[in-house]
Design a binder for this molecule. Structure first.
Ligand code: PLP
Length: 399
């Protein structure tokens, strides 16, 4: 029989947003050999892994060298030492979890795609836009209906739940990529209540929780009453501790989460035991070091570097009188393209005139048109130079 490909791939946008940016910058560099670019676009980090993590990785590699301490396959859902360390980290914030509600993963992207498996194909997904493109793309590949919920400056990019109950799978991202917006407790409680009332399940992407400075804002959805019966939290060490290339994350699925008599935590155990053979021992030891007092102090120092970058960039935007939001409780700055420019037009202008690379808002959904994202993860010297060039280009602009 003829193999039938998944035709939903044909419904995806031409290229993943960041691949599109890479292509355009590559073309520019080919046309302008030797030009230096200041990359404030893609959300990769510039600071290396912290010393506590490096020491733990080295020690674990040594263990793998000796017969008495060698580890083979790891438990599919995560090593007990890491599941316990993550549960203890939540407990410090007043969130009680049992270690078997914590699943160690190879990162949030992998999980956001894989978790599709526990929702029936006919369950529609709600995506608040502008949104991290992987939510929409994973749903498109799965052939799932998407309910797009637009947000904008009028609601601070934090819309309230819709009137209807069309979607059974709700993607929430807070602190948000790309807008930097963070749900308050009251706003997030509305979504939790809505999910419990309608039977929907929230996929809460907490990849940037470590950037929250304001004590009143929730880091975890499980700080909210009722979340244990309606939410899954997806987290990552990528931006918290520089694991973008090392790969480690975790997902929390409470034992109370059930739909139609099926326990979602048990479904995920069944899924993981079928589809993975666990994350490597060495990486899990490195990850556990992040949750030690030493590791926490070191990652705080790294996050402070990115926060200083945010200050440098937002100071420049203020000098240019450009409207922006984000950058304080999140590592992204979301700005309005000056002079009524569209977002790809502004991208081209910054690339060609000052060699600064950002991310066009349109790539995060149609309501992102006219906006632009700067990441604060670049090297501090590059960030300072990008800010200087922005001021030189736009300092006199009338926006
Ligand atoms: N979720 C959001 C909102 C992100 O911005 C990213 C990465 O940029 C991820 C998830 C993926 O993180 P990871 O590196 O853990 O796959």
């Amino acid at each position: 029989m003829m193999m039938q490909p998944n035709v939903h791939y044909a419904e995806l946008k031409d290229s993943y947003l960041f691949a599109g940016i890479a292509k355009k910058t590559q073309k520019y560099l080919e046309e302008h050999p030797g030009q230096r670019l200041y990359r404030m676009g893609i959300g990769d980090v510039s600071q290396p892994l912290c010393p506590a993590v490096i020491a733990a990785l080295h020690a674990a590699v040594e263990e793998q060298a000796a017969p008495g301490s060698f580890h083979g396959y790891m438990p599919e859902c995560g090593a007990p030492f890491l599941r316990e360390a993550i549960a203890a980290h939540y407990a410090e914030r007043g969130v009680d979890l049992s270690p078997d509600e914590v699943f160690v993963s190879s990162g949030a992207s992998d999980e956001l795609g894989d978790l599709q498996d526990i929702f029936a194909r006919e369950t529609a997904a709600l995506v608040i836009e502008p949104a991290y493109p992987a939510y929409v793309d994973a749903c498109v590949i799965a052939g799932r209906e998407i309910v797009h919920l637009a947000s904008g400056p009028e609601n601070g990019f934090l819309p309230a739940p819709p009137q209807d109950a069309r979607a059974g799978m709700l993607y929430l991202c807070s602190p948000n990529n790309p807008t930097g917006a963070v749900f308050s407790r009251a706003q997030l409680q509305e979504w939790v209540d809505y999910a419990n009332d309608t039977g929907a399940v929230i996929l809460f992407d907490a990849a940037y929780e470590a950037y929250i400075e304001d004590d009143l804002l929730p880091h975890s959805i499980f700080e909210l009453e009722g979340a244990r019966t309606c939410a899954i939290e997806i987290s990552s060490l990528s931006k918290t501790a520089g694991f973008t290339g090392t790969r480690l994350g975790y997902t929390v699925i409470p034992k109370e989460l059930e739909r139609k008599g099926l326990n979602v935590n048990s479904l995920w155990v069944r899924n993981r035991t079928t589809k993975t053979n666990g994350v490597s021992y060495v990486l899990q030891r490195g990850g556990a070091a992040v949750f030690t007092p030493e590791g926490q102090a070191q990652i705080r120092a790294q996050i402070a570097v990115y926060k200083q970058n945010a200050k440098v960039l937002t100071d420049a935007l203020r000098r240019c009188e450009i409207w922006y939001t984000g950058g304080s409780n999140a590592p992204y700055i979301w700005l309005k393209c000056p002079d009524g420019s569209d977002s790809w037009g502004f991208f081209e202008r910054l690339l060609r005139e000052i060699q600064v690379v950002g991310t066009p808002g349109e790539g995060f959904g149609s309501c992102g048109e006219g906006f632009f994202r700067f990441s604060t993860f670049a090297d501090p010297q590059d960030t300072a130079e990008a800010a200087r060039r922005l001021i030189a280009l736009l300092g006199n602009s009338t926006n």
